[in-house]
Ligand binder design. Sequence first.
Ligand SMILES: [Zn+2]
Length: 139
Amino acid sequence: MPEPTAKPLPPQTPEWAPFFEAAARGVLGVPRCQNCGAFRFPPRPVCPECLATNFAWESVSGRGEVWSYVVMHQVYHPAFAAEVPYAVVLVRLVEGPKIVSRLLDVAPGEIRIGMPVIATFVLVGGGIYLPMFRLANPV
Ligand SMILES: [Zn+2]
């Protein structure tokens, strides 16, 4: 049994399996429409651009920029109590898709929109790696 104060882990569903398999290899994987080439993230059964259903997972660079962020002051889960206030960032990857994550080693008050970031992969428990981000040199 997990500790009651352990952080919740992302559910391991079949549609997300390639994402977590890639993350365990240190790669950021994103589904891409095989009809029009649009990335579709998070994974969904139908392309938002052309409605095609065929897709394949592709590796992307892991580079991007802070597109938006929020600073969490409320403790929504006891496992995060020691971390408030902490930021949740929305990173826009250079390939276009946006991903919700954390920005490591940057205080919430120091985060700025447009900061260049690069993915790093953090073992969060249960053998699961999550992509998080660090500051990077400008692209
Ligand atoms: Zn498409």
